[in-house]
Design a protein around this ligand. Structure first.
Ligand SMILES: [Zn+2]
Length: 154
């Protein structure tokens, strides 16, 4: 408790100096924090951009076809077939295309079945996903269920 009857100007002046000094330090720290914040925000944007570019690089395969969940095998080079030109129609990449096989989640008492196939150009990433349906005459028909257009070369 201070006594108003005995003013102490010297101490008052000193604490004003100290207050000013503290304010300066606070401002300096705030400047550091702002700079650090800006740096981290830029860094964060950069990392988000890299993740987005990665995701752009290989399009995601669909996890579902209606209510059926699909388990995908790894992408592998498609087997070359003499009657099919392996080159990409979009970007003229010589091929081979990448291919992935998808298994439909089995119904109770059933084995998992190969029901899906996807093909993708390793250069422009154009991707088409098909469901394989067995017709009554035992021929396999392909129904397109997903398509990703080719991407710009980077
Ligand atoms: Zn291509």
């Amino acid at each position: 408790m201070s006594n108003p009857a005995t003013p102490r100007p010297a101490k008052g002046a000193k604490s004003r100096d100290e207050t000013a000094e503290l304010r300066e330090r606070i401002e300096a720290l705030q400047t550091d924090i702002d700079l650090e914040n800006r740096y981290l925000r830029v860094e964060n944007e950069k990392l988000r951009g890299m993740v987005a570019a990665q995701q752009r690089f290989v399009p995601a395969l669909p996890r579902l076809d209606g209510a059926t969940s699909i388990t995908w095998r790894r992408w592998e080079p498609a087997p070359l077939m003499s009657h099919i030109d392996p080159a990409c129609e979009q970007c003229d990449h010589p091929g081979p295309q990448q291919m992935a096989i998808g298994l439909a989640a089995p119904r109770p008492g059933q084995q998992p079945l190969i029901r899906y196939q996807a093909s993708r150009c390793p250069a422009c990433q154009e991707m088409t996903v098909y469901r394989r349906d067995r017709a009554a005459n035992l021929r396999t028909t392909l129904t397109e269920i997903a398509y990703h257009p080719p991407q710009e070369q980077r």
